[in-house]
Design a protein. Structure first.
Length: 200
């Protein structure tokens, strides 16, 4: 598979996004790109090594600075399985570390995703045998408890643990200077949301 260049959309002075794939069977979550001076921070890592390599190629074509960190909104595979491509520290809630450690110990990977395809044959997964040979679950090197603030160049990121029914480790990330917030999967608009505060 080629590492073709993707299309990022700039939504504020420091923030670009790769929107979720319009085909729900591709299970590709939104990826955030924050360019802060001489470094780039990713919000979520992508669902595969293939997508992560495409992200790298696109950032190179943009002349973006090197990726310095990846921030996980939560531990699910479609947000974290591309991380081993970047070889940079990941940041996440401490529960993400626990859940990803459990996944690593259980050797969650190819068999896990193949089970998902068996349950839903329409799913499209962009993985090759070579990808699986290189794949590893990347644990966050930097974790936090309730909320934390990071300064990256001229950009401040605020991380807040919100949890919820979708993932107990869900984090929202605010790009303070730009007034942009990444919600991950902690909120779905109607009709998919569950209308109680503790289940968002």
């Amino acid at each position: 598979m080629s590492n073709s260049v993707l299309t990022f959309t700039q939504i504020s002075p420091h923030v670009w996004i790769l929107p979720r794939h319009p085909d729900k069977n591709r299970v590709q979550a939104t990826i955030g790109v924050i360019i802060a001076g001489d470094q780039t921070i990713l919000i979520d890592a992508g669902n595969s090594l293939h997508l992560a390599r495409q992200i790298q190629a696109t950032l190179a074509a943009m002349d973006a600075p090197p990726i310095s960190h990846v921030v996980y909104t939560h531990h699910h595979w479609d947000h974290t399985f591309g991380a081993c491509v970047y070889r940079v520290p990941a940041i996440a809630h401490h529960l993400s570390f626990q859940f990803l450690s459990d996944m690593r110990q259980l050797n969650v990977g190819e068999a896990h995703l193949r089970t998902k395809v068996e349950r839903n044959p329409k799913l499209i997964l962009e993985w090759t045998a070579e990808d699986w040979a290189e794949f590893e679950i990347v644990l966050p090197e930097i974790t936090y408890e309730d909320q934390v603030q990071f300064q990256f160049g001229d950009v401040t990121l605020e991380l807040l643990h919100v949890g919820g029914i979708h993932a107990a480790d869900s984090t929202v990330i605010k790009v303070v200077q730009d007034g942009v917030m990444f919600l991950g999967d902690c909120y779905y608009p109607a009709p998919r949301y569950i209308d109680t505060d503790d289940q968002m």
